[in-house]
Design a protein around this ligand. Structure first.
Ligand code: GDP
Ligand code: IMO
Ligand code: MG
Length: 450
């Protein structure tokens, strides 16, 4: 076994090997979170982008925080797709995303200050806008819910998707038509101001101030990016270009399939990649599920394998488990096979990238939840009724830890036997191959599983 204590730079052929083991570029590939978010989707998207032509965000908004570390420099992306660091990639914000133009522009400026070219970025005209009243409503409804608060990111994401569904949302393309923009804003704000002032005792917002901000400050800068992204994506696929669809949030934060109401307001599951980009299901040939070697969750909601003891604290500390943008401490727990199995079928996973295996380095033994028990029954998948999920007892299997530093491993062979066993055990129990393992935050800190 190679020594795992040095931090030698990894040559690009290692990255290429990982990409080729992942299956290489295919017409359209989805990267999807299999847990409750923050699995390392940004890192894997960046890694795969080397072989891609287009990288598309298909849902969510700036509730996402995707961190990429390149040569020690960290990039925390919220709206801009994680393929942005490759000059050959066209990054696309798809129709399924909700866009706060202020945040988008500040992200573009921050990337520009680091020398990253963002002029290729395209934004779907059909994506919805996050407006100031969405953020205000997110804050006041969370406060109103008190002990029942969901622990949202308070970024206005839920209210923006709610307006999309009730058809009073403003779209990115409305920035190009001031008359329409003002008309739609008037209608939406009338209702929102009633709600804010009468129900939540807040001051009403000014339509003219919002219109000035959006139409004069943001529209001139966003306008050149607005495009028919559906047409563009199909043109790209038609000439054999490779498209990566980057999910935000994750399977169990999905509005339909997650632990409702403790979910986000979009569809992160792989099916959401179709509606959120305009690419049909038959163009998607690969779905890569990103799973942490343990589980984390931010905000409220059920979490069967949560650790509220010293081990949980250790995972928080070793994994730096604090929100990429919100800074909130993430709850940590053991790997949950029933959830992973459910994620495998909800997303039709082709394979899994297991991240943050190195965080478990310090543990002498590692537990894996292989099933749940409740009411005398054993569950191999999360129980359908959420009251049962809240009451389940995890069934654990204990595996040996490895107590060795994995962060300098450059091939699967470098991993200690117990770490290999852990990876093989998870793949076998989930019944989906694990093709890549993360051993550190850096772009090259990955090993391909033969
Ligand atoms: P995302 O939202 O799924 O993109 O994940 P985040 O970026 O919010 O959180 C994942 C965190 O883990 C980031 O800080 C990454 O830099 C870091 N990370 C990703 N993969 C690994 C890994 O294999 N090992 C370690 N130690 N950190 C990782
Ligand atoms: P990435 O893409 C982790 C969680 C919030 C809250 C719930 C609803 O970085 O994995 P919202 O603001 O979306 O209405 O909040 O969803 N949440 C995330 N948790 N990672 C994320 O994104 C998240 N985006 C939202 O903490 O529990
Ligand atoms: Mg994140």
């Amino acid at each position: 076994m190679l020594g795992c204590n040095s931090s030698a730079a990894r040559p690009w052929h290692v990255v290429r090997l990982v990409v080729s083991v992942l299956g290489g570029p295919l017409p359209a590939t989805v990267v999807v979170g299999t847990q409750w978010g923050d699995e390392g989707k940004g890192k894997l998207t960046d890694l795969l982008s080397k072989e891609m032509d287009v990288v598309v965000r298909y849902q969510g908004g700036h509730n996402a925080g995707h961190r990429i570390v390149v040569d020690g420099e960290a990039f925390a992306l919220q709206l801009v797709p994680s393929g942005i660091l490759y000059p050959a990639v066209t990054p696309v914000i798809g129709n399924g995303v909700v866009v706060d133009p202020k945040v988008l522009l500040s992200e573009i400026d921050a990337l520009g200050a680091k020398g990253i070219d963002t002029t290729r970025l395209m934004v779907s005209g059909n994506a919805h806008l996050v407006m100031p009243y969405h953020q205000e409503l997110d804050r006041v409804t969370e406060r109103f819910l008190g002990r029942n608060a969901l622990g949202t990111t308070k970024r206005g994401i839920g209210p923006a998707y709610a307006d999309k569904a009730t058809r009073v949302g403003l779209r990115v393309q409305d920035l190009l038509d001031p008359k329409i923009f003002r008309q739609k804003l008037e209608v939406a704000l009338k209702e929102k101001n009633g709600l804010l002032s009468r129900v939540y005792n807040r001051l009403p917002l000014s339509a003219s101030e919002i219109a000035t901000e959006y139409l004069e400050e943001y529209a001139p800068r966003i306008a050149p990016m607005i495009a028919d992204t559906v047409g563009f994506l199909h043109d790209q696929l038609d000439v054999g270009r490779h498209v990566l669809l980057e999910g935000a949030q994750a399977t169990f934060l999905d509005l339909d399939h997650g632990t409702y109401p403790f979910v986000t307001s979009s569809n992160p599951v792989a099916g959401g990649a179709c509606t959120g980009s305009g690419i049909g299901p038959r163009d998607i040939t690969r779905v890569i599920g990103i799973a942490k070697a343990y589980v984390t969750r931010v905000g409220a909601g059920p979490f069967p394998t949560e650790l509220t003891d010293d081990v949980g604290d250790l995972l928080v500390e070793r994994g730096h488990e604090f929100g990429t943008n919100t800074g909130r401490r993430r709850r940590c727990g053991w790997f949950d096979v029933p959830m992973a199995r459910q994620a495998a079928r909800l997303n039709s996973l082709s394979d899994i990238a297991l991240t943050k295996l190195d965080v478990l380095d310090a543990l002498e033994t590692v537990q894996v939840c292989v099933a749940y028990e409740a009411d005398g029954k054993t569950y191999d998948y999360p129980p359908y009724h959420q009251s049962v999920l809240h009451a389940v007892t995890p069934v654990y299997e204990e595996l040996d830890g490895w107590c060795e530093d994995l962060t300098a491993c450059t091939s699967f062979d470098d991993l200690p036997r117990a770490a290999k066993r852990y990876v093989a055990f998870l793949a076998e129990r989930i019944d989906v191959p694990i093709h890549v393992v993360g051993v550190g935050p850096g772009r090259e800190q990955v090993v391909a599983v033969p």
